[in-house]
Design a protein around this ligand. Structure first.
Ligand SMILES: Cc1cc2nc3c(=O)[nH]c(=O)nc-3n(C[C@H](O)[C@H](O)[C@H](O)COP(=O)(O)O)c2cc1C
Length: 299
């Protein structure tokens, strides 16, 4: 019987559409039926962002509060594989991605179904994936693979270029000198290699060993520096999210949060990473290797 694959995702800029299309290209070539559903919130997030709206999205993202989605129409009642493509916001699942998983249609489909997650991030997706693993487990889905595409520029540089992209709507070189923001065209095109690997296991009707093969193909490249930031930052975001939502003057608190975030990104993070590189990293090779293995895995 022909295999049926469902791809579920949301995108604001269209970057994830390009990734998804590249990823599924090998499937369509061999006649696997691929249904691609781009979900939309009822009140979609306008792109480009204004600075106010960008920071205003933080509390509900971090607190994982879903927003109403337009009805997700699916052709089938069962699929051989679901590809859930998503983007992290504030080290959590983006509000639309989290909201897709809160819809009855999707919850029903995911139960007992193999799932591959396909991430299009700046460079920090570890915490959001941990949250997603938990949601998928609660829904009875079977996570069989994970692929994470990221912006390969240095952390502070990609923070500048992504802010330029988000606020201007242009995925181009900021001031003509910075690198292009987001995931490179080459990496987007290369997503078809991972698609081919997933297809091979789909056709075998057995996903054992898929993730190891994806890891061998560099589908989940994990940097020690980002593991440190992602260990520290989610707790701070949670404190801010609670603070902002519990106070009366939300707008004023969000302005404070904005300057906190810029300070943390451009001043604190480089200091923490430099101190760590000099004082701790030389002595924690084994620990780092174990953590990398964990994040590359599915457990
Ligand atoms: C509000 C907001 C917060 C974001 N936070 C993160 C983050 O924590 N980690 C990360 O790697 N990327 C982050 N990004 C980048 C997105 O994950 C994504 O790569 C980019 O917005 C392209 O989105 P699209 O798939 O909707 O087109 C953020 C983007 C936005 C708009």
């Amino acid at each position: 019987m022909g295999k049926k694959v469902l791809v579920l995702y949301y995108t604001q800029t269209g970057q994830l559409t390009e990734i998804v299309n590249s990823f599924v290209a090998p499937f369509s070539k061999v006649g696997v039926s691929v249904e691609i559903v781009r979900a939309k919130p009822k009140n979609d997030f306008a792109f480009p962002w204004t600075s106010e709206r960008f920071f205003d999205a933080m509390p509900e993202t971090v607190l994982a509060i879903p927003s109403p989605m337009e009805k997700i129409e699916l052709k089938e009642t069962k699929y051989d594989l679901v590809v859930f493509a998503y983007q992290p916001w504030y080290l959590s699942l983006s509000i639309p991605a989290n909201s897709i998983l809160a819809t009855d249609e999707v919850r029903l489909i995911l139960e007992g179904t193999p799932v591959v997650t396909l991430i299009g991030a700046r460079n920090m997706w570890l915490s959001s994936q941990e949250k997603l693993k938990k949601i998928l487990k609660e829904l009875g889905a079977n996570l069989v693979g994970n692929i994470a595409l990221v912006d390969r520029s240095q952390n502070s540089i990609s923070a500048i270029t992504i802010l330029h992209w988000m606020m201007s709507g242009k995925k181009d070189k900021y001031l003509g000198v910075f690198p292009k923001p987001g995931i490179s065209d080459e990496d987007i095109s290369n997503a078809k290699v991972f698609g081919k690997t997933v297809l091979k296991f789909l056709q075998k009707e057995n996903f054992d060993g898929l993730q190891q093969q994806l890891v061998n193909q560099n589908a989940v490249d994990i940097k020690a520096d980002y593991m440190i930031i992602e260990k520290l930052a989610p707790r701070l975001f949670l404190i801010w999210a609670n603070l902002v939502t519990k106070r009366k003057n939300r707008a004023a608190w969000l302005v404070v949060y904005k300057y906190y975030l810029l300070f943390a990104l451009f001043i604190v993070a480089p200091i923490v990473l430099t101190v760590n590189a000099i004082l701790f990293r030389p002595f924690s090779g084994k620990n780092i290797a174990e953590k990398k293995l964990y994040y590359q895995g599915l457990k």
